[in-house]
Design a binder for this molecule. Sequence first.
Ligand SMILES: NC(=O)c1ccc[n+]([C@@H]2O[C@H](COP(=O)([O-])OP(=O)(O)OC[C@H]3O[C@@H](n4cnc5c(N)ncnc54)[C@H](OP(=O)(O)O)[C@@H]3O)[C@@H](O)[C@H]2O)c1
Length: 295
Amino acid sequence: MNILLIGKTGQLGGSILAEQVSHRVFAPGRSELDIESKESCERAIAGFLPDVVINTAAFHDVPQCEVEPHRAFAVNCQSVRDLALMCKRAGALLVTFSTDYVFGGGQNTPYREEDCPKPLQMYGISRLAGEMAALAAAPEHCVIIRTCGLYGLSGAVSKGGNFVDKRIADAQTNSVLEMGCDQIVSPTYSGDLAQAVLKLIEHPQLTPGIYHLVNEGACTWFEFTKAIYELMGINASVHPVDRRGVSGEMRRPLYSVLANTRARALGIMLPHWRNGLERYLRQKYNSPMKISQKS
Ligand SMILES: NC(=O)c1ccc[n+]([C@@H]2O[C@H](COP(=O)([O-])OP(=O)(O)OC[C@H]3O[C@@H](n4cnc5c(N)ncnc54)[C@H](OP(=O)(O)O)[C@@H]3O)[C@@H](O)[C@H]2O)c1
């Protein structure tokens, strides 16, 4: 399979590049392919003739999307729609990503793919618009994967590092920390997501549409932070704080756990979040004693 991978320097893009072994991959940098430049995308598609275009690029700085909604829509909606149309013309499949933030958080059971979205901020609105625009333009050529709380070896450059690395850095300067206990999420290791994405696109019964892919289980960011410190053997005290999903004027969903219903039906399963976290810490932080004792 010929795969055009967009976003190779990112957490997920880096993991896909590392995990894939049996495909021909072309992974241009942003200077060669910018999803906001139709011309550069068309050139890459015409030159490489991909069977699959995997787009991991996004404008996903959530607070900044409130400040720059036009940019959120340009990157997360218009560019995704344009890529979908290009894939349709080229007879290729577009695999692109979206977020748990398309949901409003009013449920208390995991959201399935067909559950009604109700985004609470510009970021989620622009992602939902991107899903709808791509599926409207090229319904037979799009696979949209919603995921949540990603962390990976390359760190999310656009967010100044991922959640796990930031908490470990926090503990070097503070012995007492506050962490939100209001949002319930499915933190996901990009290595596990990359493997699941590759299984999905290789699956003979893959059909287009929306898929959820997250590590199994659910926790609050407070619980996730406690697990990071416990596995790393870090002796910091973490206190839960309930912000009711509000940061400034922006709201976040209180519950955004995703159910991998469609992937599971194809036999594609992801490990529990704690298992993903253990393997991430072992790989990135070189087997702290506590991790090797536990696994
Ligand atoms: N991180 C999370 O918690 C989370 C949660 C839910 C969903 N997701 C979604 O999962 C996907 C992967 O996320 P991630 O954490 O791997 O992202 P990431 O680490 O921020 O990586 C994004 C990649 O896209 C590239 N990129 C950004 N804008 C681009 C543009 N206009 N044209 C071409 N390339 C561009 C970046 O390149 P540069 O190096 O040049 O910046 C980088 O390689 C995204 O769609 C994201 O929104 C993420």
